[in-house]
Every structure is written in C-alpha cells, then in structure tokens.
Design a protein around this ligand. Sequence first.
Ligand code: NAP
Length: 340
Amino acid sequence: MNKIALITGISGQDGAYLGKLLLDKGYTVIGADRRSARDDKWRLRNLGIENRIIIEDFELSEISQIIRIFNKYKISEVYNLAAQSFVGSSFVNPISTSDVTGIGVLRILEVIRNLKYKPKFYQASSSEMFGAVLESPQKMTTPFNPVSPYAIAKLFAHYTTINYRKAYDMFAVSGICFNHESPLRGEDFITRKITTGLSKIKAGLLDCLEVGNIDAKRDWGFAGDYVNAMWLMLQQKKARDYIIATGKTYTVRQFINEAVKHFGFNTYWVGKNENEKLKLKKNNKVIIKINKKFYRPNEVNKLLGDTSLTEKHLKWKPTVEFKSLVQMMSLSDLKIFNKL
Ligand code: NAP
C-alpha cells in the first residue's frame, strides 16, 4: 500500500514542489487548503499536478477541521507548511500571525498526540528565528534572537515541535529553512518582487519598482531542493532538526544586479541610503528606487546557514546556486509578463 502524506499549505510555493516530489515517489497526497476566492491552484497547475492531489478544506485556526482530516485518512507523513509566512504582514497582523503560524502547530500536534496511530510530523521552521543574529554562520547550536511577530510565532512552533518529540516520543522534526525561492514564489517576497517588477518595466506595464533595504543579506536557495531535504528528514531513523540552506549569502542589491542582466538593462546606482536609485545607462531613467515604507520595523541584516550536519546526515546538498536561481526566476517572469 502506498503512503499517504498530508501537506498543509498545498497552495503555497513549497506545497506545490513537495506535492510534485511526493507524487513522483508514489505517495497519495492530501493537500490541505483553506477556501479562497482567489485562484490559489496556479502553482499546482504550473507543475501539472492539480488533478493528482486530493484537496481537503483546512484552516489552521479551526481544530475541528484538523481532527476531521486525521479521522478520514490514515496519514503516514504530515508536512506542516501552512503559515502566515510574510514577515512584513506579521507586523500589521501580529495576533492572527501568532495564532496561525504559532498556535496552529500546537493544534496539529495535539490532534496527532491523541490519535491511535502516529504519523511522522515535519514543521517548517525559519531562519528568521535567528533574527538579529548572535553568531555567523547560523548552526543548530546558535541561539535564537527573533525580531518579528512572524519569527516569534515560528519559534513557538519550533519549540512546541521539540517538546512533543521529547515529551510524547513522537517523530516530530523541524527544518530550519533559510530563504528559498523559485518562479513559484509569492510576488510579495523580495526576490520575486524584483523579477516581476523588472519584467513589468520591460513590458511597459510599470514605470519604476520600489523596494526596501537593499543591503539585507540572505542565504537564498531553490525551493525544489529544499522540499527534498524535508522529505529526507522524515525518512531518517532518528528524529532530529536540521538547517536547510546553501551556506552562501548575497545582498538584495546583488540579486538586483544579477537580475537586470537577464532583462537587457544596462544600469548604474546613484545616491545614498534611502535616496539610492538604479538608473538605465541609455537615458538615465530611474527603474528602481528605495521606499522606506518597505523597511521592516526591525531589520534582519544577515542570514547565512551552516549545513555541515545536514549534508553529513541527510546526504543533501543544494543543486541550484545563486546565479542560476536568479536566471531561472528572471526568465520565467520575462516569459509571463512580456506575453500579457
Ligand atoms: P507560502 O507560499 O506563503 O505558502 C503558505 C501557505 O500557507 C499557503 O498555502 C497559504 O494558503 C497557507 N495558509 C496561510 N494561512 C493559513 C491558514 N490560516 N490556514 C491554512 N492555511 C494557511 O509559503 P512557502 O514559501 O511555501 O513556505 C512554506 C512554509 O515554510 C511556511 O510555513 C513558511 O513560513 C516557511 N518558510 C518559508 C521560507 C521561504 O523562504 N520560502 C523560509 C523559511 C520558512 P493561501 O494560499 O490560502 O494563502
């Protein structure tokens, strides 16, 4: 009999890639999805798996919906990817973010604890938990120092997962994922905001792109690689947490400088701090400028993950490096927006 996997957040970036990976491995995949008036299946369609996933209604703040799914299917592996995942929104909606991203995980674990069978559980933890970093690179022993409601909620979920593993002998693990991107990344997130923005400028649909802190450093990997690490974590004999990262860090500015090349833009930076602008060499037109509105109240300046343990234990390595990732995202958006 094939294994049944439950993926929460199936409509998100990672949900789609993980869904595809598990279907390819022969799993039956239940996709937990909250009802929405928006087209939230576009990522599943993009990967050609929309009709191969069993969709179940699911809202992380409703425990009855969680219970219903676990009673309906005998689930072997649970991947909890659902969350209010945008750091910026967590400052605007701190209470609902805490409820969904933090307490939501406790709801699932409580339901699992009371089941007669014991599925394995994966929690999507985040490098944002390291926040104002106390050590670089960040490893499993680095103290956490979260500086956003999102990161605090994720840390609650992270420790709750560890607590259920230790207190109830459950196979419950957290992958501390550093930023991972793809052509399926949400358009609010900075990398995709840049590639969609430049595509729209190229197509004449946008005059100028506004961004926040371009000197923030991130460890960016490809989402398709990261979901493989999530799966590997649940195939181990020993339940333990791992860092999922590339071990390389780049600034937002470097991402922009790399991306513009794929749009045929010849550019230069002028000005300082919030007056800095990116201009086209041919006519001095400003195509990117800073808007303080996009600064976080508390900035996370530099994230860089140490994956030595992950590579050793899981035999996992990222396969897509920074330049290829920027190229993949730029070419995909160039195709989408210049055909509109
Ligand atoms: P994403 O694209 O934003 O997807 C989040 C998913 O959660 C969406 O399917 C969303 O549904 C769902 N969701 C939000 N609120 C919900 C609620 N109240 N009840 C049920 N579902 C809800 O995020 P992602 O990039 O795939 O990331 C997956 C997970 O990894 C998230 O937990 C994220 O915080 C974490 N993470 C991501 C990164 C990264 O760089 N991508 C790094 C570290 C950790 P809708 O479509 O209806 O909004």
